[in-house]
Design a protein around this ligand. Structure first.
Ligand SMILES: C=CC1=C(C)c2cc3[nH]c(cc4nc(cc5[nH]c(cc1n2)c(C)c5CCC(=O)O)C(CCC(=O)O)=C4C)c(C)c3C=C
Ligand SMILES: [Fe+2]
Ligand SMILES: [Fe+2]
Length: 344
C-alpha cells in the first residue's frame, strides 16, 4: 500500500519562479561585415521557409550555388557604410539593446518583470534568451516581434522560433505573442509627431512624402498575408492624423529580393519617376521599421537619395525610424503594457 502523504524520495531541483519575461525580438543582423559573418547570417535568413517559400529542390541550388557565393561580399560592403563603428555592430543591434534597457527602466517599479532582447537570425538567439528568462524564474513570457505590421516572413517566423524552443523544455513557461499594432493610435501619433518635428527642422518643405515599407513578394499577398493591407491602413491613419491628402503621403515598397513581382509601387522606381516628373523636394520615412537598419540607412538615406539627386531632385530628407526615442519607447511601452494585462 502506498502512503499518499509521504514526502517524495528525491528532492526536486531548486527552481526560480514568480517572474514575468518580456522578450523584444528583431530580425537580426550579421556579427561583422566580413564575408564569413555575412554568409552565416544570410544562410540562416534565406534558409527560413517563412522567408523564401519556394520548393527547396528549386531554391537550395540557387542559394548555395549563387546567392551565398556572391551576396555576402556585396551586402557586406553596404553594411560597412552604415556600421556603428563605436560599438562595432549594426545599428539594428544597438537600437534593439537600447530599447530593452529603456523598457527595463520603465518597469523599475515592477520588479517581477524582466525585459530582454533577441534576434530571429544571428545572436543572441531566441532560444538562448528564453532559456535565460526561464532560469531567472519567468513562468510567463511575452514575445514581442518588433514589427508593427504582421507578415508571415517576419512576425510568424519569430513566433515559430519561440515555440520551437519551447518544444525542447520539460517545464514550459506560458507564452504570449504580441499582436500587430499597425493601427494603434499611440503608434500613429508617434509617427506623426516624429514627421512634424523632423520637417519643422528643415528650411524647406517637401512636395511629397513617401511612406516606404519593406516589400514582400506579391504571391504571399495573394496567398492571404495581411501585410499589404496593414501597411495601407497605417498610412491612411497617418494621413488622417496629419490632415494630408493622398498625393502628399504616398505608400511605396522597397528592398525587393529575387526575380518575382513584389508589392507595388516600388520605392526606387517612384523616387526616380518623381524626380523625372519635376518634383524637386521629397522626404521619406519607414513606418514599418522599428529601428533604423541597412534597409533604411543604406537603401533609402543612401541609395534613394542619390537616385533622386541624379534624376534632377534638389532636396531629400530621410526621417529616422522611431528607434529608442521617447516617442518610440512610448509606443513599445504602451503595446507591452496592453499585452501584459492579466499577468501584471
Ligand atoms: C520590416 C519588415 C520586413 C519584412 C516584411 C521583410 C521581408 C523580407 N526580407 C527579405 C530579404 C532580406 N531582408 C533583409 C534585411 C532586412 N529586412 C528587414 C525587415 C523586413 N524584411 C530588416 C529590418 C532588415 C535589415 C537587417 C539589418 O541588419 O540591418 C536582407 C539582408 C540584406 C540583404 O541581403 O539585402 C534580406 C536578404 C525577404 C525575402 C522578405 C520577404 C519574403
Ligand atoms: Fe527583409
Ligand atoms: Fe535590401
Amino acid at each position: 500500500m502506498t502512503d499518499a502523504t509521504a514526502e517524495p524520495t528525491t528532492a526536486h531541483p531548486p527552481v526560480n519562479f514568480g517572474k514575468i519575461g518580456v522578450l523584444l525580438v528583431n530580425l537580426g543582423t550579421p556579427d561583422g561585415t566580413d564575408f564569413a559573418s555575412m554568409r552565416r547570417y544570410l544562410k540562416e535568413f534565406l534558409s527560413d521557409r517563412r522567408v523564401i517559400e519556394w520548393s527547396r529542390i528549386f531554391w537550395y541550388p540557387i542559394l548555395y550555388g549563387i546567392v551565398l557565393n556572391t551576396r555576402p561580399q556585396k551586402v557586406g560592403k553596404a553594411y560597412e557604410l552604415i556600421w556603428n563603428k563605436e560599438k562595432n555592430e549594426s545599428w539594428l543591434r544597438t537600437y534593439t539593446r537600447n530599447q530593452a534597457a529603456l523598457m527595463a527602466e520603465s518597469f523599475a517599479d515592477k520588479p517581477q518583470v524582466i525585459v530582454d532582447w533577441a534576434m530571429r537570425y544571428g545572436q543572441p538567439s531566441i532560444a538562448s534568451r528564453l532559456e535565460v528568462l526561464q532560469k531567472q524564474g519567468c513562468e510567463r513570457i511575452l514575445v514581442f516581434p518588433l514589427y508593427p505590421q504582421y507578415a508571415a516572413a517576419t512576425t510568424a517566423t519569430v513566433n515559430d522560433k519561440a515555440f520551437e524552443a519551447l518544444q525542447k523544455m520539460r517545464w514550459q513557461p506560458a507564452l504570449r505573442t504580441v499582436a500587430p499594432y499597425h493601427d494603434d493610435p499611440v503608434y500613429i501619433d508617434a509617427l506623426a509627431t516624429s514627421i512634424e518635428r523632423h520637417l519643422a527642422g528643415l528650411d524647406w518643405k517637401p512636395e511629397v512624402v513617401l511612406a516606404s515599407f519593406h516589400g514582400i513578394p506579391k504571391s504571399y499577398f495573394d496567398l492571404g498575408d495581411p501585410y499589404y493591407c496593414q501597411c495601407q491602413k497605417t498610412a491612411r491613419l497617418l494621413r488622417e492624423r496629419l490632415g494630408w491628402p493622398e498625393e502628399k503621403l504616398k505608400v511605396t515598397f522597397q528592398s525587393r529580393f529575387g526575380p518575382e513581382e513584389w508589392l507595388q509601387p516600388y520605392t526606387d522606381e517612384t523616387v526616380e519617376k518623381l524626380a523625372k516628373n519635376g518634383v524637386r523636394r521629397i522626404a521619406v520615412l519607414n513606418p514599418g521599421f522599428v529601428s533604423d537598419c541597412l534597409e533604411t540607412l543604406e537603401e533609402i538615406a543612401g541609395q534613394a537619395a542619390e537616385s533622386f539627386f541624379h534624376n534632377g531632385g534638389e532636396k531629400f530628407a530621410h526621417i529616422p525610424c522611431l528607434n529608442d526615442s521617447a516617442e518610440g519607447m512610448a509606443v513599445l511601452d504602451h503595446v507591452v503594457r496592453r499585452e501584459l494585462q492579466g499577468w501584471v
